[in-house]
Design a protein around this ligand. Structure first.
Ligand code: HEM
Length: 486
């Protein structure tokens, strides 16, 4: 807890304030004077306390921590923070829900954001993932439409089951993620008791310039714990800030949550013939194909001192890479490389990356970018152009990531279909992995929501996607939906 400062109260300009309880008036019973500067300043500042909330993932909690490398990975990446067993890197992790507004309840059924910033000596590396290994769609072009169905309807002002199921049922590639979401892991008990995933496939490249495709997994060391829908509903009413409070107080007690970090590594040469498109975000790489390899440990051990400054104003971008790590051709990831920096400039401002939580901690940003709102003058009188004859930062000549072969003409259209690519196979496999009890809860959770849809054709189409994933799944869901709809 921050120690309270003593001494005279002042205005924003530092002048002592005589009275913070009564405004200056024209006589004891008269109106307030325009010269009551302290009052005007207070009211004006108060009116400007909010910045736009994140358009998605508005509701969140964050903490600082430490990543420790436990395995030599230099055969796959030349990233300096991954160069030496035992090396530690400071991190900041922000958890979030996706659809709810800033003040919404924590215990809703929704993916959880798992946005991790590594403050490395080669710049900040942001891994902006979720607690699910897959996603609802596979092209960034569909993201605004998808999110519109999750957010408030323009007419009713509420989230509408019709919109959600209309979109999902017409986007069958969402079947895998929806099956995941309505299963037990759809409502984590706390932010400490869930896994995190990088979700996308990313490029790693080593000193020799060899390319590997990787997926990140953060396995909770606290064990997986979830809430049933009934428990979650109760907690949402009784303690809407449940997850945020749990994280903060666990760290205050010295119970530092941790995650075992694993990667799946695919040599670049495997990608073209792999049975699934390895850059399709609606699919996992089965562990039998690419076993997860343990590479490190992530611990959260320090709470932010000021939630607005460090959590609300924190910014994460999938485009923040460091040498040895880069993007894959995943169409969702490609869209995200643009979307986040753009959101930051709108939401926090052009100098968002200068704020203490966002700027590099283990190196310095050296750019020729200058000025703009709230520029702090950090570059003093340094030249702000290049080439110049006065010195200053210089390009390295080596890109962060290695080139990737492409072929064919520019076009619109679906990505190449690999041997086992479809919209339903992995959803069915996930259903069959679940215990009988878990399957029953999955069917009940889905049926409860689908039953709210106003049109029979949308409900039927929704059920049909799950039938195509697994016949038994579809049958049970149909019966359950019919029982509820009458
Ligand atoms: C093309 C698809 C996507 C687009 C266009 C998109 C866009 C955005 C935008 C604009 C924000 C708000 C950023 C801000 O205001 O600071 C955001 C936040 C976030 N997104 Fe996405 N998103 C997409 C897909 C995904 C996927 C697939 C994941 C996870 C695998 C994800 C994880 C997150 C997380 C964790 C945050 C919150 C970051 C934070 O804590 O500040 N998003 N997204």
């Amino acid at each position: 807890m921050t120690v309270q400062e003593t001494g005279p109260l002042t205005t924003e300009a530092g002048a002592p304030v005589a009275d913070n309880q009564n405004s200056e008036t024209a006589g004891p019973a008269g109106p307030v004077l325009l010269q009551s500067q302290h009052l005007l300043e207070k009211l004006a500042h108060f009116n400007r306390e909010r910045i736009p909330e994140r358009v998605v993932h508005a509701r969140g909690a964050g903490a600082y921590g430490t990543f420790t490398l436990t395995r030599d990975v230099s055969q796959w990446t030349r990233a300096a923070f991954l160069s030496e067993v035992g090396k530690q890197t400071e991190t900041f992790l922000r958890f979030s829900t996706v659809a709810g507004n800033l003040g919404s309840a924590d215990t809703v059924r929704d993916p959880r954001g798992f946005a991790l910033k590594f403050y490395t000596e080669e710049g900040n590396y942001d891994l902006v993932g979720n607690n699910t290994p897959v996603f609802f769609i596979k092209d960034a072009l569909k993201f605004p439409d998808f999110i519109h169905t999750q957010k408030r309807d323009p007419y009713t002002g509420s989230q509408e089951a019709d919109n959600v199921w209309d979109f999902w049922s017409l986007s069958p590639e969402s079947t895998h993620q929806v099956t995941w979401l309505f299963g037990d892991r759809g409502i984590p008990a706390t932010l400490r008791h869930m896994n995190g995933y990088g979700s996308h496939t990313y490029q790693w490249n080593n000193e020799a310039g060899e390319v590997f495709w990787v997926k990140y997994h953060f396995k909770t060391d606290q064990g997986i714990r979830n809430l049933t829908q009934a428990e979650a509903n109760r907690i949402a009413g009784e303690d809407p800030d449940h997850h945020q409070r749990d994280l903060r107080t666990a760290i205050e007690r010295g119970e530092f949550p941790s995650w075992t970090v694993q990667v799946q590594v695919m040599p670049a040469a495997d990608a073209a013939a792999y049975r699934f498109n390895p850059f399709d975000l609606t699919k996992v790489w089965p562990h039998a194909d690419y076993p997860p390899i343990e590479i490190g440990r992530l611990e959260l051990n320090r709470n932010p001192e000021n939630v607005f400054a460090e959590v609300e104003q924190s910014v994460f971008s999938p485009a923040h890479f460091v040498p040895g790590i880069g993007p894959s051709p995943d169409r969702m990831l490609q869209g995200r490389l643009f979307a986040y920096g753009d959101a930051h400039r709108y939401r926090v401002g052009v100098n968002a990356d200068h704020l203490p939580v966002n700027r590099p901690h283990a190196t310095q940003a050296r750019t020729h970018a200058r000025d703009g709102y709230l520029y702090d003058g950090r570059h003093k009188g340094e030249r702000n152009y290049e080439p110049n004859s006065f010195g200053g930062p210089e390009q390295t000549g080596r890109p962060l990531w290695e080139p990737v072969e492409v072929s064919g003409a520019t076009a619109y259209g679906a990505a190449p279909v690999h041997a086992e690519d479809d919209d339903f196979g992995q959803a069915g496999a996930l259903y069959r992995l679940m215990s009988q009890d878990e399957q029953a809860r999955l069917v009940e959770n889905l049926a409860g929501f689908i039953a709210k849809v106003s049109r029979d054709d949308i409900a039927a189409r929704a059920v049909d996607n799950f039938r195509r994933a697994d016949e038994d799944f579809g049958k049970r869901l149909e019966v359950a939906v019919q029982a509820l709809r009458g």
